[in-house]
Design a protein around this ligand. Structure first.
Ligand code: AMP
Length: 381
């Protein structure tokens, strides 16, 4: 039976979900997106749009009334409102899963209870509490806002006793947690999916390089030993086993200097480090997400070609209307998100550089990337 799909958030993730939905015409007849920006990226590729804030209760109920199945591309939604909307339509991942994931402290507690490795962490209730508890962790340690923080914006690295007060006062009114600092040698992630029937599939582990806490490059596959790859994929599988609700999840992990793998955090949605799957794999993460929430058999997650994903981020030099200089290379797949204005660090697009003959390997791709990066220039328009 054909379904109408509702989507909360119509940025680049919503746009790529909409594009995948349009290719699944046997299952999805229409996509309706809720997003505050008129003509958001998802609307530009054919989704109908309700223009409203992501947390607007009335708009969420209006959307829930119109669709057979509801999902989201942002994790900051109001899980309480979504719980109420569950009486009108099926929502996946479930609002309860979202509630746990969107609070970093609840998320880590849930993982620890289920024996999934995470760094040591503790809730912080006051400055005195912080002063006391930091003794268990030593320096450096990370003070984190529990909610509504992403791309590292809610984190304060406490390097010494002198940082305690400024760290605490930089989060007025926020619920906080403290984390032991992980001396990692690599950040990796696994894109994992669970469908409504409980089938689980994981993509091979990839390596992520961040700049200013924002993902810049994903290398698929990660340059890790087989043992580490197995550990990462097992952790992702175990996580899917205990997390209820269906969909695709981005599971970010650290590989420590002692070759231990632990989860940093989970995103209850398709993930930037899974964009390579658009060209590298038989099933893209966007199609996989739809298959998962529609209860279809999950697609093949084999990495067919080594691939590097490079994010095109707004530069610090200017904000406003822009165009990107022409650039390209063989087996380079550019995807711009249709955002008219650039802002520093804004995600404007990405490209995948694919080793289509499986002869270059990721080292060869990284070498080509160096030359390509030089060609990318922003032009103010
Ligand atoms: P988050 O927004 O919490 O995922 O953190 C953003 C970035 O901060 C991560 O990608 C890591 O590079 C770093 N980070 C977060 N938590 C820790 C930790 N406990 N130890 C070391 N680095 C961390």
């Amino acid at each position: 039976m054909m379904k109408v799909l509702g989507l909360i958030g119509g940025g680049q993730l919503g746009m790529m979900i909409t594009e995948a939905a349009k290719k699944m015409q046997d299952h999805i007849s229409e996509v309706i997106v809720l997003d505050p920006t008129p003509n958001c990226p998802a609307a530009k590729v054919g989704a109908k749009q309700i223009v409203a804030d992501f947390k607007d209760e009335k708009a969420i109920f209006e959307l829930a009334d119109k669709v057979d199945i509801l999902t989201y591309e942002i994790e900051s939604g109001n899980s309480e409102v979504l719980k109420q909307a569950e009486s009108k339509t099926m929502i996946n991942p479930s609002p309860e899963t979202l509630r746990i994931i969107q609070d970093k402290f609840l998320q880590k507690s849930f993982l620890a209870q289920n024996k999934i490795p995470v760094t040591d962490f503790v809730e912080i209730k006051s400055l005195d509490d912080l002063k006391e508890k930091i003794k268990q962790f030593g320096y450096p340690a990370l003070l984190k806002a529990r909610r509504d923080a992403y791309d590292g914006r809610g984190n304060y690295k406490i390097k010494s006793h002198d940082d305690l007060e400024p760290a605490y006062s930089s989060f007025p009114g926020k619920s906080l947690m403290l984390e032991k600092f992980v001396d990692f040698k690599m950040e990796v992630s696994v894109i994992a999916a669970r469908n409504t029937k409980g089938q689980i599939a994981t993509y091979p582990v990839v390596e992520n390089i961040h700049e200013n806490n924002i993902l810049k490059i994903t290398i698929a596959p990660a340059r890790v030993s087989e043992n580490i790859a197995k550990q990462a994929e097992k952790i992702a599988h175990d996580t899917m086993d205990v997390l209820h609700g269906a969909g695709v999840f981005g599971i970010e992990m650290f590989v420590t200097r002692e070759d231990q793998v632990m989860i940093n955090e989970i995103a209850p949605r398709v993930h930037n480090s899974g964009h390579h799957t658009l060209q590298s794999s038989k099933t893209s993460q966007f199609e996989q997400h739809l298959r998962a929430i529609l209860g279809l058999e999950l697609g093949d997650t084999t990495l067919v070609h080594p691939t590097i994903m490079y994010n095109i981020l707004g530069t610090d030099e200017f904000s406003g209307r822009y165009k990107i200089s022409d650039f390209g290379a063989e087996n380079l797949y550019l995807k711009m998100y249709g955002k008219e204005e650039s802002k520093p660090q804004r995600k404007l697009g990405h490209f995948n550089l694919v080793d289509s003959t499986n002869t270059l390997g990721v080292e060869g791709l990284l070498k080509s990337l160096e030359a390509i990066k030089e060609q990318i220039k922003f032009i103010k328009t």
